[in-house]
Design a protein around this ligand. Sequence first.
Ligand code: NAD
Length: 373
Amino acid sequence: MSVKIAVLKETRPHERRVAMVPAVADKLIKLGAQIRLQTGAGDAVKLPDSAFKSATFAADPIELVKDADIVVSVQPPAIEIVRAMREGAILISFIYAHKEVELTRLLRDRKITCFAMELVPRITRAQAMDALSSQAALSGYYSALLGATSMARILPMMTTAVGSIRPAKALVMGLGVAGLQALATARRLGAMTEGYDVRPETKEQAESLGAKFVDTGVDARGVGGYARELTQEEKDKIASVVTKHIQSADIIITTAAIPGRPSPKLISKPQVDGMKAGSVIIDLAAEGGGNCEYTQPGETVQIGQVTVVGPLNVPSMLGEHASELYAKNQFNLIELFLKDKGIALDWTDEVVAKTALTHAGEIRNEAAAKAVG
Ligand code: NAD
């Protein structure tokens, strides 16, 4: 008997990604799985059903999931999909339980084993399963392009018959996966780059990408390689150093996040009010409320002569490559589960244990259990 994997078509607004690509489907089939997709699942990224050579299709998602062993998607599925899944089946998707309280309770009550992609531990062995990183890398790249195309200036130095244009200054605030990729891309486009973070280890990373590090003297390393929240005193110290860099930049890209907290505010209204006319802020943290006090999630706003862009679901704008990387991340996770053409979950494996949101009628993740109540 082979493992049946069902692939949902995404239904949330503006979601273009799909959780399966043909190369990954082929690899899973080689491992003995059967792949069944919802008809048209890859349409938004120009992956027609005919590209999935050895898969089967179902138009009705309820029909699709009802006898599946594993259901995969990018965004959390609709309630009625989870209701139709059989007890004990596996769901693999981004969930963010604190935003999906009803769904998480249903996953628990229906005894679904749900692996939430945002819970994959940030350890070396799990890097190939880490969809937060793969999607953040794409977002970081795209933020530099958004910045470049949101202003009436060029990034590189250009010498012309009528004189030279100076290179643009790009400042990246928050040097995690997305921020480092933004720095690298802005530099490749010819900008002079500066980076800033509250984790001092990012200095060397920024410099290795040819950027200057804006040193504020604040060390806000938290647990697990993440940053912690800042005190008011630290915020004031940072502002005294960072303001002049903000106000001399042409492009600012912000990516700062603290797990489980709203986006920290790195750019205040008065700092924006003092920015150069014609400059632009690309706030990649818009989803969590934004790093700039003027950011309106999902909108581009004009504040005096400064443009503040708050894009949502940036990976979806690069849906083709985002789907490819996401499907590969999921493949590496699913591979852990497959044994002798069946499913065997090894709960002593840190990746399996930590990625599980719900299993056997319980919420396995402590923070999620608290959020769901
Ligand atoms: P993230 O999305 O949580 O945050 C983005 C950046 O914002 C971080 O660098 C953080 O330090 C910074 N930040 C937070 N508050 C700030 C503030 N007030 N001012 C300036 N910057 C602020 O980060 P991420 O991309 O998910 O990466 C987090 C960490 O995890 C990094 O150390 C990264 O190297 C590590 N990581 C490890 C693995 C792995 O080993 N498998 C994979 C991915 C990431």
